[in-house]
Design a protein around this ligand. Sequence first.
Ligand SMILES: Nc1ncnc2c1ncn2[C@@H]1O[C@H](COP(=O)(O)OP(=O)(O)OP(=O)(O)O)[C@@H](O)[C@H]1O
Length: 254
Amino acid sequence: MAEPARALLTVRGLHKSFGAVKATDGVDLELAEGEIHALIGPNGAGKSTLISQLCGEQQPDAGSIVLDGTDVTAMPAHLRARRGLSRSFQITELCADYTALENVVLSLTLKTGRAFGAWADPRQDAGLLVEARRRLVEVDLGGRADVCVADLAHGEKRQLELAVALAREPRLLLLDEPMAGMGGEESARMTALLLGLKQRYTILLVEHDMDAVFALADRITVLVYGRTIFTGTPQAVRGHAEVRAAYLGEETTC
Ligand SMILES: Nc1ncnc2c1ncn2[C@@H]1O[C@H](COP(=O)(O)OP(=O)(O)OP(=O)(O)O)[C@@H](O)[C@H]1O
């Protein structure tokens, strides 16, 4: 019998309130190594607040976050990032005046602590350039390396954000609405890119595009009013009456 995949992330009883609003109200979540785990729920369910607590941008009121066996609940965001926890999307972090290639080089230098304008410009570093081009090819932007971010289409910017996140070699990638603002064709391209990453990365995916969620996720957790009401396979989620009533019924015809 196959060994069950070990948990890379374990969240227990995560609480975060803003005044009277319980944004996360005792969230439990477990991510197995190598899975794409989608987090879905209606607007205001607490998805972004949960992601912010996972990456260390917000401190929970109570509960614990364990990453690869280490309790990171009180650890600052930059130290979690060093342990391989990487967030992408919603907070756009691209430098608009730099080319696509330069943005990926910049992300690669963050791993080594080097900066643009230092005594040896990383943009001239052959090794970094090769690695950055490889990352761009990985997100289907190989032909757009020398284009300024400001001149990229919306979908291309989002592909580049993915390359920037992957350049940090994350163990756990938190993707916050990668399809936001995309048309059908762009969403399909991003879905195909993420499918190509399957099993190489552990991914927590927050997404409203249910076609993408059901195409990508190994498991889905449903959050409503800050509480996890169900975790299961896409098939189980589709068949779950409470989930359909709380969320899917509103947004899909499945
Ligand atoms: N900084 C804040 N101050 C006050 N209330 C907040 C803050 N951040 C979030 N909230 C509230 O917490 C609740 C959860 O918000 P959150 O943005 O996490 O939900 P969400 O599921 O990500 O929603 P969406 O799908 O619309 O992005 C909402 O009621 C929201 O108004």
